[in-house]
Design a protein. Sequence first.
Length: 156
Amino acid sequence: MDQLALWPDTELVPKMGIVVDADNLAHGLTALLTTQAVVSSRIPGCIPLPGEPLERHQLAVYAFALQVEIAELLQELQFKPWKNPRPLQADRIADEFADVLAFIGVLLYHIYHLTGLTPAILANQYVEKSNVNWERLNGRVEGYTQNDNGGWKETA
C-alpha cells in the first residue's frame, strides 16, 4: 500500500476540514467489540456470560491493562533515545498493537454495556472532536492560542 495514499489531499483538507467516514469507523469499532467479546468470553471474569452482572470496576481494570499494553508497544518502538537502537521488529510491533486493539475491544464492550454508548456514537464523537481539533490547529477556535513550543493552550 502506498504510504502517501493514507493521507488526505493537502489541498482539500484546509478548505473542508477533516473528512472521516463515521459509518466505516463505527463498523470497525463494532467488529472490534464483537470479535473481542467472543474471544474474551472464554476468559473468566473478562466478558460476563449472558445473565451475569457486569462489574463497573472491570472498566478501570481493563483501562489499566490497556495502559500496560501501550507501554509494551512503546518498548518495541524503542522510545528511549539514550539506549542503543536495534532494528525494529515489525512482527513484534504488530503483535503488541494487536494486544492494544484487544483491550480497546474489551473496553468498548464494557463502555457500551455500562453507558449505552454505541460504536456509532463513539465514532461520531471522534469525528466531531477531530474537526474541532483541526479548526483549533488552524486558529479558528476562540479560546485557544499557540504557545512557544508549538502546542495549544486555553486562553479563556
